[in-house]
Design a protein around this ligand. Structure first.
Ligand code: NAP
Length: 262
């Protein structure tokens, strides 16, 4: 259970807990801070060293499940929770829905739209990381594995394919036998991605369907080079209504906080 009480300025401004770890989370904290009508507390899981710290109060680390999050919301007198976590971070979103329902707090869920195939794309959509691993290994080949470091372990134990694994920080779990690891942080541009795929003679790309622009260049590069992409579909994340843009999220936050003041 979380006993955390944050050092939030003690004024009458509504308190917004931003569940972040994404570019949108940083942007939202910055936009709300400029607006000046609310206090933001950005929550990060603490998986990677963040390149940029969100404006406002920042807390780091898990809450301790639904109970911990519920207790955190009460202790810190949170008024609105905004979930801007990554489309593949499903657990924290489920926890947020349950904790908000129990606390009677509004939850604003922002999820960026997924990428969609366009002419020239050669996608093989799969349900999860295990299916992706089985598929690429059955075809041998030289695979660009750009899925972050947490799920790389799904590819351990496969020996036919060679993997170029790109992650922000060194993966800690088991790795596939034939591989190189490349530590890089996005965003990446198209020229860089074209060069990377060509320099390593890549003939298959594995990607999560993250959506957004920061990591889309590898999909464009694969299209231009005629390289197939094994695209991992998103997990089920929300059961509540969602918004797709920061503008929509800010507009909902604005209505909720004005209603709270009346
Ligand atoms: P997850 O599977 O949904 O969550 C696992 C646990 O991590 C949660 O139950 C929670 O622990 C903790 N957690 C996750 N996000 C948190 C947050 N923003 N603040 C506090 N605790 C958090 O999440 P994940 O896929 O491991 O992702 C972790 C973080 O990395 C998220 O914030 C996400 O936005 C970011 N991220 C994820 C991906 C991805 O591909 N999964 C990519 C880019 C960024 P407790 O139960 O103890 O509260």
């Amino acid at each position: 259970m979380s006993d955390e009480v944050e050092n939030i300025p003690n004024d009458l401004l509504p308190r917004i807990l931003i569940l972040g770890g994404t570019g949108e989370g940083i942007e939202l904290a910055s936009r709300l801070s400029q607006w000046g009508q609310v206090r933001t507390i950005s929550s990060l899981a603490g998986r990677v060293d963040e390149a940029k710290r969100p404006e406002g109060v920042v807390r780091i680390g898990g809450f301790g499940g639904v109970d911990g999050l519920e207790s955190y919301l009460t202790k810190n007198a949170i008024d609105v929770v905004v979930d801007v976590t990554h489309p593949f971070a499903a657990q924290i979103s489920r926890n947020a829905e349950l904790a908000c329902a129990r606390s009677g707090l509004p939850l604003v869920a922002l999820i960026r739209p997924p990428w969609v195939q366009v002419t020239g794309d050669l996608w093989h959509e799969v349900a999860d990381f295990q299916d992706a691993a089985r598929l690429v290994d059955s075809r041998s080949g030289r695979v660009f594995l750009s899925i972050g470091r947490q799920e790389v372990e799904s590819f351990a134990g496969y020996e036919n394919a060679w993997f170029l694994i790109r992650a922000i920080q060194e993966p800690t779990g088991r790795l596939p036998r034939h591989r190189d690891v490349l530590l890089q942080r996005g965003p990446f541009n198209l020229d860089e991605e074209l060069r990377l795929l060509q320099d390593h003679s890549i003939n298959c790309v594995v990607s999560k369907n993250s959506g957004g622009s920061a990591t889309y260049a590898k999909i464009q590069a694969a299209r231009l080079l005629g390289i197939p992409v094994v695209m991992i579909k998103r997990p089920a994340k929300h059961t509540v209504p969602t918004v797709e843009t920061l503008e929509s999220a800010i507009s909902v936050i604005s209505s909720l906080t004005q209603a709270a003041r009346r």
